[in-house]
Design a binder for this molecule. Sequence first.
Ligand SMILES: Nc1ncnc2c1ncn2[C@@H]1O[C@H](COP(=O)(O)OP(=O)(O)OP(=O)(O)O)[C@@H](O)[C@H]1O
Ligand SMILES: [Mg+2]
Length: 305
Amino acid sequence: MTPAIEVNKVYKHFGVVDALLDINLKIEQGEFFALLGPNGAGKTTLINVLAGLIFPSNGIARILGHDVVVNYREARRIVGVVPQELVFDPFFTVREMLSIQSGYYGLRNNDNWIDEVLNNLGLSDKESSNMRTLSGGMKRRVLVAQALVHKPPVIILDEPTAGVDVELRQSLWNFIKQLNHDGHTIVLTTHYLDEAEALCSRIGMLKQGKIVALDSTKNLINTSNGCLIRLRLSPDILPIKLQSLVENYTDNCFILKINSYSSIEGVLATLRVEQIKILEMEVIQPDLENIFVQIMDKADDVGFE
Ligand SMILES: Nc1ncnc2c1ncn2[C@@H]1O[C@H](COP(=O)(O)OP(=O)(O)OP(=O)(O)O)[C@@H](O)[C@H]1O
Ligand SMILES: [Mg+2]
């Protein structure tokens, strides 16, 4: 099957800034994929290349087999992008915006789908509101609606839930999950790592223009080394022998990082010998946020190679 997205040796330079450096990525049809990375990692740049908004300095990107530069018309028709920046025309109402957008794609009788999108994004009662009168979160909902207006098989969302309230987050994700279930490929960037962990089956992590991790969400979490234990001690002192394990100290608790469950025994034995009492203890499984921090730290150490 043709991949939904194929990125081959893509570079993007903005003057002296290397925003993308040799990106290689294949996303299969039907995937729910997260593209994660710190500010400035290159996520939006990669999305803009895929959306045909900027040209790569080098390399090839394809959407469902269509080169985003050579066949940009076809490529644009099959992708819907929710941009990170709020850009909109202030003079139209919500429904007008969506009808005009449908027109761009040559869709004349699109009202049923527009109704469904408005309804799923909690925008039905705003359809006659002028864009400039909408709150920030409402504008972002319209951006999502605009990206979906032509029912694109590939949907790319660049931080769609930034500044969006809890209720919409839930309805937005239910809607996007339904679209994914119906076969649409979803690519998501977000700084809310719990969202990525809950929704996406595969994750790519970018740092300074390079891919530093690419694996299934499950593998990323399972292969992370070790876990954390939170300990409240009396007296509130950690034996010297354990001090190299300290990750953090908050709310009168030591957070220790251990390589495996079997290391817990050694920690307990040391505390017993030193006659330090455990008032509270919790074993914390690493979540995607912990893994993200680990991977980003490691990428620093090895210079991203
Ligand atoms: N038009 C541009 N001109 C010059 N530099 C740019 C331009 N667009 C992006 N950059 C630079 O490219 C790098 C990647 O930026 P990009 O917006 O892709 O990051 P991002 O991963 O989306 O970050 P964020 O999480 O903050 O949205 C940054 O160093 C940024 O300053
Ligand atoms: Mg961005």
